[in-house]
Design a protein around this ligand. Structure first.
Ligand SMILES: Nc1ncnc2c1ncn2[C@@H]1O[C@H](COP(=O)(O)OP(=O)(O)OP(=O)(O)O)[C@@H](O)[C@H]1O
Ligand SMILES: [Mg+2]
Length: 261
């Protein structure tokens, strides 16, 4: 049985309208970060929600030899965490309380953590993302980007095996974009996790992802290493943009979009 997360023949519809069409992904191995890219409306969020078990789908999602599609929502949520593109409105909790609440939910099935351990782990998650200074602030008083950072802290505190992150850097400044991607990649490597991250920033994807999967009109258009997948023909066809793909002085891949065609 293959290790890692695999998606086979996924079909997802909203009512009569089919969005994801018979989509299979190459197995995402433990210790890897996959960037899911593609134009607006391609079905990236729909696919992520289906893998998280939040949309009804036909097909199979496996984690190693476990069939996630056959699990209850609670069992599945224990292994797979999901951060939505549109965050729910903040409750009247402090940042620290919200991370502790996420930790407690995750621990329902496991060994209950002492209050001291909860505090320590929640604080560690905030530190890891670089937002310990927000610990006492109310969620309702945070900026959009700060709210996104807290959601990520809630998610990593739960110590998932699989992280599904829908545009986790969309509201972040340059510093936090790099911090967050470093943090996600660090966790993936340290704890042998699997991350699938939706990104619109192709350069961030090329820099941090081990694999890139490109979605177009609900179908997998291409997948593989950034070097193999990203080329001018793909950008013309999938995004309708003319690009140059160059190496910067540090040899990382840079996609320069010149014009929409
Ligand atoms: N709840 C819903 N009900 C009906 N249609 C939906 C719903 N959510 C999304 N869609 C439709 O499904 C298609 C794919 O949407 P999805 O949100 O998965 O795209 P996306 O690739 O995440 O796009 P973006 O980059 O803009 O976030 C779109 O045409 C959208 O209109
Ligand atoms: Mg989306």
């Amino acid at each position: 049985m293959s290790k890692g997360l695999s998606v086979h023949n996924a079909n997802v519809s909203y009512g009569q309208r089919q969005i994801v069409h018979d989509l299979s992904l190459p197995t995402l191995p433990h210790g890897s970060l996959t960037a899911l890219i593609g134009p607006n409306g391609a079905g990236k969020s729909t696919l992520l929600r289906a893998v998280a078990g939040l949309e009804k789908m036909q097909g199979v999602v496996r984690l190693g030899d476990l069939d996630l599609s056959a699990m209850s929502v609670a069992e599945r949520a224990h292994r797979v965490t999901y951060m939505p593109q549109n965050l729910p409105p903040g409750l009247s909790l402090s940042v620290m309380e919200s991370v502790i609440a996420a930790l407690r939910v995750a621990n329902v099935q496991g060994f209950p953590l002492s209050s001291e351990a909860c505090l320590r782990e929640a604080f560690e998650a905030l530190q890891r993302i670089g937002i310990a200074h927000l610990a006492d602030q109310l969620l309702s008083t945070l900026s959009g980007g700060q709210r996104q950072l807290v959601s990520l802290a809630q998610l990593i505190a739960r110590r998932p095996q699989v992280m599904l992150l829908d545009e986790p850097t969309s509201a972040l400044d340059l510093n936090y974009q790099l911090k967050v991607m470093d943090c996600v990649r660090g966790l993936v490597r340290e704890h042998n996790l699997i991350a699938m991250v939706v990104l619109h920033d192709i350069n961030l994807a090329a820099r941090f992802a081990d694999h890139i999967a490109v979605l177009r009109q609900g179908r997998l258009y291409a997948s593989g290493l950034a070097d193999e997948v990203l080329n001018p023909a793909l950008f013309a066809e999938v995004y309708g943009v003319q690009v140059r793909i160059e190496r910067c002085s540090q040899q990382s891949l840079q996609v320069l979009a010149d014009r929409a065609v």
